[in-house]
Design a protein around this ligand. Sequence first.
Ligand code: NDP
Length: 322
Amino acid sequence: MSTVILVTGGSGLVGQAIKHVIENEPVGSRFGKKENETWIFASSSEGDLRDPAQTRKLFDKYKPTHVIHLAALVGGLFRNMKYKLTFFRENMVINDNVLHAAYETKAQKVISCLSTCVFPDKVEYPLDENKIHLGLPHDSNFGYAHSKRMVDIQNHAYKEEFGCNFTSAIPTNVFGPYDNYDLEDAHVIPALIHKCYLAKKNNTPFVVAGSGKPLRQFIYSRDLAKLFIWQLREYDDVEPVILSVGEDEEVSIKEVADAIVEAMDFKGNYTFDTSRADGQFRKPASNKKLLSLIGGFEFTPFKPALAESVKWFLDNYDTART
Ligand code: NDP
């Protein structure tokens, strides 16, 4: 039977990573393309998913049997704090349009992408799949976080009312080729890569905001891509799965900056601006559920993954989102 997989947000960091894996892993292998599969990577130019008619048109055009739903209004802390309503409304509308079009066109399965910001601000660590709705998310991005939480509610409701096979994935911090390097809006790794690049180019100091001590779990986009492909093919339950490296693989911001300095071959002055806020020290998430289900997975070690990302940035500076 032929399978058509529509990836919404197919032009972004995670979408392009899935495309890379599907095109580069051996055909027929666990993460490679199967003979009967057609993969569609849709960008917003193919249809604005905030609009129900355009969403339905996209589904009518490709008739997907499966959907990996990545498209979202995403942004850094500053934009999230300033535009809480916009983040809430746009993502609510995008998610509602995609899930309902999938239901109406009888797609067999949808995996939607959440984020660890769905978890409560005050919660016992490590985060796990059972703690999503135990308290309010952090105030800084409550619009975005609530819209993502609602996907889990919708998935359960679609299953209970219509028997749909809709589920979700919760990645930790993602990095890799095709990231957003816009200094106003980037996540920590692409922002530091861009800053270090400019420091090298302009012969100025490379200044990292904060002490460098906070710890985070970073997942390489191409590893995350494999986990999405696994979830698409091998996981059929409505409950979300955290897609992450283990708690013992947290990396400090200083380790991130050190790795960037090395990959960028930056020889200039490199300091930490401790007058800047650090944010939360750590917010570890458990990948126990993932590992118990997937039966072993080799994550790319952080340093080579970061070096590949830096190389991609340098090779694609003219076209990257800067
Ligand atoms: P990107 O910003 O790299 O990509 C976003 C994608 O969404 C783009 O393909 C964009 O299309 C598409 N998109 C945005 N708005 C619309 C719209 N109105 N209609 C159609 N398409 C739209 O994001 P990521 O790849 O980083 O994120 C993918 C998913 O992963 C998101 O759901 C995000 O919340 C989640 N996530 C990301 C993390 C991270 O660290 N990056 C961490 C945890 C979760 P185009 O570019 O063509 O406009």
